[in-house]
Write a protein that binds this ligand. Structure first.
Ligand SMILES: Cc1cc2nc3c(=O)[nH]c(=O)nc-3n(C[C@H](O)[C@H](O)[C@H](O)COP(=O)(O)OP(=O)(O)OC[C@H]3O[C@@H](n4cnc5c(N)ncnc54)[C@H](O)[C@@H]3O)c2cc1C
Length: 533
């Protein structure tokens, strides 16, 4: 017998977006929050830099808006940008009320220390030392654990949304909840609620190299797409130029601050290459540095390049970069004596499920917030530290909207997850092989520098993989890895199709076949709901 849970609100994802919404709703609703791993695991936990907010007197809301629009390469929705920027201060005040401790300038004036990051023309990034995400995530999680109306479900992975159109054959499409796999018990469950929210984060794991944690497999985007949502701007994937390259080092960023302190990028033979690409050399904008590294790696067929900061003393390095120093040393690289092997890595998914300014999607009763959503804030390129802000502002906007919804009851005849026609998989190698293959061809053919030929090559490979995955999925019991692989394949399809549709280079999408930006193409790429297979 399948277990069924009933809640007023079902939130899939326990990152900054999901927990903010849960806390804002919990006094009025019984809330379930699902996380497919430990509760704190997600991109939020690893955010280092901070959250953008206008607090300095010399700064202005208009300047934050202008910087965001400039970074977004002509595709930001100006109304959304203004809304987000105008709600930043109250979002930060709310975090402070919850107990998040941000770094102060000094204890006498009690002002907060603000840093400046790429694209911002003022100091406006509030932070908690170099571990802002951890401070936010752990504070919100402690609050959620203590709230009697919030039920937390770690190791519960959403399989597919339950919709009236698919499961009750209605014309109009409403969301009724989600089928969920309890990973520890290996047991499918049914979660029902009049409102469901996708807060599942980004999709960096679709690429071989990523700064994202393992949970960032684009599940919400894939589930939303399959259920009937439109998806926008998936070609705009932000790559961070320097991630530690080591077979065993997963997802570790080497901060831009090293280049700020004079570190240079070199090839294996010691040649410095950035001056040939940009007058600012290593301090060129992120996407240009990432593109140059990719170009050199592809030209020479090399696995990585090297970041050299050995001109600085060991004392300087260990005092300025203690975490990076320790982490590199753990993998046998003494950065005070030798260059660090680095590769660019997929970092942020600018596109996602299309929502309005209240987080509503195309499906009644379904919302999307955080990195999984496309609100129109980021356009063709996200400005640093605007993403945690988006999580906070749109969780609040969604909460305000959900509170106003009339109470509805759910139909009685919702079917349970049906496993009667599948059998246990005999071996997992097909799944792990396809995981690896998908992430590698996405890296090689749909990465930082694209061509139409490479994208078509990826499309062909993906189509074969999708046939295998669909066959495997229809015949076998589900598992966490199989669900993630299926979602990654859907996300890969969205990225490839969006990239093929954009016949220009803009923001984070760069193709050698259309290297110029075209005014005619200054619009979002929208992919309609997925056709059933
Ligand atoms: C290394 C790094 C540094 C960053 N630094 C900054 C920064 O300084 N400033 C900034 O603004 N942004 C930064 N970002 C981006 C920012 O951290 C993310 O955009 C943001 O945290 C996303 O929050 P979220 O709540 O949408 O998702 P996440 O925090 O990723 O949470 C996703 C949640 O969804 C759950 N989930 C996913 N799929 C399922 C499923 N199928 N079923 C159940 N649960 C599921 C996960 O388990 C997790 O709980 C950084 C990102 C990285 C990776």
């Amino acid at each position: 017998m399948t277990t069924t849970h009933h809640f007023d609100l079902l939130i899939i994802g326990s990152g900054t977006a999901g927990l903010t919404l849960a806390l804002k709703m919990a006094d009025q609703a019984r809330v379930a929050v699902l996380s497919k791993s430990q509760l704190e695991e997600g991109a939020s936990l690893y955010a280092q830099g901070g959250i953008s907010v206008v607090l300095d007197k010399a700064d202005s809301l208009q300047s934050h808006i202008d910087d965001t629009l400039r970074a977004g390469g002509g595709l930001c929705d100006e109304e959304v940008v203004r809304f987000t920027v105008e709600h930043a201060r109250e979002s930060i005040e709310w975090l402070i009320e919850q107990g998040v401790s941000f770094t102060r300038d000094d204890m006498i004036t009690e002002t907060y220390h603000l840093t400046q990051e790429g694209g911002h023309s003022h100091r406006r990034v509030i932070h908690s030392a170099d571990a802002t995400g951890r401070a936010v995530e752990t504070t919100l999680l402690d609050k959620a654990k203590a709230h009697p109306n919030i039920s937390l479900f770690p190791y519960h992975i959403g399989i597919d949304l339950i919709t009236t159109r698919k499961h009750l054959a209605t014309e109009q499409n409403s969301c009724l909840g989600c089928y969920v796999l309890d990973i520890k018990k290996d047991q499918p469950k049914t979660f029902l609620a009049p409102v469901t929210v996708l807060a599942t984060g980004g999709a960096g794991k679709v690429y071989l190299y990523t700064s994202n944690p393992d949970v960032s497999t684009g599940d919400g985007i894939a589930m939303g797409w399959r259920a009937g949502c439109r998806i926008a701007n998936m070609e705009f994937i932000q790559f961070h130029p320097t991630c530690l390259f080591h077979p065993k080092a997963k997802s570790f960023l080497i901060s831009e601050a090293l280049r700020g302190e004079g570190a240079t990028l070199k090839l294996a033979d010691g040649t410095r290459f950035m001056p040939a690409f940009h007058p600012q050399a290593e301090l060129a904008p992120r996407d240009i540095v990432a593109r140059a590294i990719d170009h050199e790696m592809k030209r020479l067929g090399q696995d990585c390049v090297y970041l050299d900061i050995t001109h600085q003393s060991k004392e300087f390095i260990t005092s300025h970069f203690p975490t990076i120093y320790k982490r590199c040393l753990k993998f046998g690289v003494d950065m005070a004596k030798e260059p660090i092997p680095v590769v660019p890595a997929a970092h942020y998914t600018c596109g996602g499920i299309m929502t309005d300014m209240r987080g509503r999607t195309d499906i009644d009763g379904l919302y999307a917030i955080g990195e999984t959503a496309h609100t129109g804030l980021h356009g063709a390129n996200r400005m640093a530290s605007n993403s945690l802000l988006e999580c906070l502002v749109f969780a609040d906007a969604a909460a305000n909207d959900i509170k106003k919804r009339p109470k509805t009851s759910l139909p009685a005849d919702i079917p349970h997850w049906d496993e009667s026609r599948v059998h246990p998989a005999k071996e997992a190698v097909a799944i792990s092989h396809n995981w690896d293959e998908l992430r590698r061809f996405m890296w090689d053919y749909v990465g930082i520098v694209r061509t139409t030929q490479r994208l078509n090559r990826a499309r062909q490979r993906l189509s074969l993989l999708q046939q295998e995955i669909d066959e495997f999925y229809s015949q076998h019991h589900i598992s966490n890895d199989l669900l993630e692989l299926r979602n990654l394949a859907d996300v890969a399809e969205l990225i490839i199709e969006s990239a093929l549709q954009r016949k220009e280079s803009r923001g984070l999408h760069y193709t050698l076949d259309f290297p110029e930006t075209s005014e005619k193409s200054a619009q979002n790429t929208i992919i309609a709901e997925k056709k059933p297979t």
